[in-house]
Design a protein around this ligand. Structure first.
Ligand code: SPV
Ligand code: MG
Length: 454
């Protein structure tokens, strides 16, 4: 066992019995504890040998831009930990790093696993330095790779992501400080890419928070026009297949929602399936894709009728698990920002959990005119945007204008179409496939891609 011990001077032991905002911390262990396993127990039992154990449980805020939100809420994780004999107290650790917690509580002993990958190495050095400054003891335990939560088979993780857990996760995301990024998924394979993709940018780990079930890409994938022709059961089957292999929440593009009576019945099904939110757009008649704007005849719904549909969608549910989000088509139909604001106000009053403002302009100016104004009257209602046409604006700029959720609505299908077209063309042009091998996943890789294939 690799362990580093530092002797604690006797005077420190006495002094620190009374410190830390009224909270005595002898032994400090920091944890996210996505799923409790015997690796955690090993750490906690070892910690207990050094005295009274306080677990610093990472809050959703601490995990922002570092990890996906755990399946269990902070309170659920706290309850589990508090029930363990080897845990004496649980406190909230609100920061990813340890500086603040060590500064505030100056624990006698700090226990941590020895897996400090990449940037975490700097955190380790800092912890040692801080402990040294007041004579704290550093106990480092060998990391148990056997229990790496990240290595849990996707099937098992997916099984843990119950329908209810995904709905809860979405609401927690909306309540958190983070910007929520949603990626279109027209198939389970596209969703798996969204599930696992992680990129480090400016020292932050970024990932997608959930999926968008798009009417445009679901229809296109089936070779059908985006006019609500694809029947709802097929759309729901697609979602069910995506849920089979993933864990993140999904937001469904529910088109116009159909007749209020039908929407009421559908939201019950969607809620039971664990769909996190359904976005309905305020149009009537034969729906056409919004990005066609006024090039095709499209009619906006009457405000009070649309409010009734929102209410029907909420009333149809058993436990209000599915959030009904109202999509404003005012800018798409050339009705202007004031019309969008008036409608947004009415839809929120009818119970919409968030509003989506859509635009087909190349620049985000009209979207910002809406968001800046809406924020003044509704500071807490999440705003959703779909920046397909105004695609040069960066995620943080949208966030600065009060946007909470960004949906990348069709890019996975657009990417796959181009790639497939290129390959099909190259096969005919070259009379063989050797030329395109570098552009496609290798046989070796694809056989390893899905666990259980080999
Ligand atoms: C979709 O993805 O189907 C949408 C967004 O509704 S848009 O295509 O921009 O209308
Ligand atoms: Mg659509």
């Amino acid at each position: 066992m690799r362990r580093m011990l530092r002797r604690l001077p006797r005077y420190c032991q006495i002094r620190r019995n009374f410190e830390g905002a009224g909270h005595l911390i002898e032994v400090y262990v920091s944890m996210t504890m996505e799923i409790l396993h015997n690796g955690h127990l090993k750490v906690l039992k070892e910690a207990k040998r050094h005295g009274r154990v306080t677990v610093g449980l990472l809050t959703d805020a601490a995990l922002e831009n570092k990890k996906a939100l755990p399946l269990l809420s902070f309170e659920q994780r706290r309850e589990i930990l508090e029930s363990l004999d080897c845990v004496d107290a649980v406190i909230a650790q609100d920061t990813w790093g340890f500086d603040a917690i060590l500064e505030q509580y100056k624990p006698n002993v700090f226990v941590h696993g020895d897996k400090w990958d990449g940037p975490l190495q700097g955190m380790r050095d800092r912890v040692i330095e801080q402990l040294k400054s007041y004579g704290g003891q550093f106990v480092e335990l060998p990391y148990s790779h056997e229990f790496d939560t990240g290595s849990i088979a996707p099937q098992m993780t997916a099984a843990l992501a119950s329908p209810y857990a995904r709905q809860k996760a979405f609401r927690r995301l909306l309540e958190s400080q983070r910007l929520v990024r949603i990626l279109e998924a027209h198939s389970p394979l596209a969703a798996l890419i969204g599930e696992n993709m992680q990129v480090e940018r400016d020292g932050k780990i970024l990932q997608f928070d959930g999926f968008w079930s798009s009417s445009l890409t679901d229809s296109t994938e089936m070779g059908l026009p985006d006019i609500e022709a694809l029947d709802v059961s097929r759309r729901l089957q697609n979602i069910d297949e995506i849920y089979e292999v993933t864990t993140k929440p999904l937001v469904m593009d529910a088109d116009t929602g159909g007749k209020p009576e039908h929407f009421e019945l559908r939201t019950r099904t969607m809620e039971r399936m664990g769909i996190a939110a359904a976005i309905i757009e305020d149009k009537t008649g034969l729906k056409k894709n919004s990005l066609l704007g006024t090039d095709v005849p499209q009619t906006q719904a009457d405000v009070s009728e649309f409010c009734e549909k929102i209410q029907a969608g909420i009333e149809g549910q058993k436990y209000n698990g599915l959030m009904v989000i109202a999509r404003l088509e005012s800018l798409i139909l050339g009705k202007g920002v004031d019309d969008a604001l008036m409608r947004a106000d009415a839809y929120v009053g009818a119970g919409a959990g968030a509003v989506m403002i859509h635009s087909k302009e190349k620049e985000p100016d009209e979207v910002f005119a809406f968001t800046d104004q809406f924020r003044k009257t509704h500071p807490d209602v999440p705003i959703v945007v779909v920046p397909s046409s105004y695609n040069r604006v960066k995620d943080h700029e949208l966030q600065e204008h009060g946007v909470k959720v960004i949906i990348y609505a069709n890019h996975m299908l657009r990417a796959s179409y181009k790639a497939m077209e290129k390959v099909a063309q190259a096969i005919l042009a070259n009379g063989r496939t050797a030329e395109i091998e570098d552009d496609i996943i290798s046989i070796k890789q694809i056989l390893k891609l899905i666990p259980g294939t080999t």
